[in-house]
Design a protein around this ligand. Sequence first.
Ligand code: MN
Length: 256
Amino acid sequence: MDDAGILRPVLQVIEPQWVREGAGVKLRRSIGGASLDSLDPFLLLDHFGSHNPEDYRRGFPMHPHRGIETVTYMLAGLVRHKDSLGNKGEITSGDVQWMTAGGGILHEEMPEGLGGHMEGFQLWVNLPSELKMCPPRYQEIPASKVPWLNPVKGVAIRLIAGKYGNHTGPVSGIYVDPTYMDVAVECGDTFEMDLLIGHNAFLYVFKGGGLFCNTQIESTRLVVLGEGEKISVTGGLLGTRFLVAAAKPLREPIVR
Ligand code: MN
């Protein structure tokens, strides 16, 4: 986190596509769609969010997952979930659910707005072949365990997984050693961070805009980063907010 280090270049800027998923939930898909099939080990990134309950109230009735991990991070409203093993609960604003589906799980995920508003993300992370049949596992992290940190002026981060300076995110024991965080940068201020060499990485810009690794980008866009040592983001006129995700690629064939 100093001036040294090679900035990761912007390789690709992707406009998310609107799709309907589940029983008709309207969402923006940026990984797992036509523009970007996958970014090893990330198989999918969906951004759901609306002020109109008709866009989400029918939810995601019982459906299976196997051989992957699904990561749900909520910004507003909530998702009620229950599964074939008898687990149930709700993920509300600021909460994270990291579900390792492993050998297989059936579950439903039903969104609800708060004052009509519901917003969040679901990321799918691939598992290596030797772990695809592991027992299902949940890590449910309440918002209180993912505090906003203010490392430098005008920068706020929520570290979900991975390391930032002396901080370690609450999600642990994940094979691909992921970095996953939510970052807000005010106008004219700059966020810098080292990312492990060899990890595949993307940014997902969902508010405002700014200078992302020397490229001007406005929301809503997914930014695929190339190889390098660090990232740098300077907030534009309205500031910006984005996800940072990075992980060790599995380099195995993907079976959908
Ligand atoms: Mn699901």
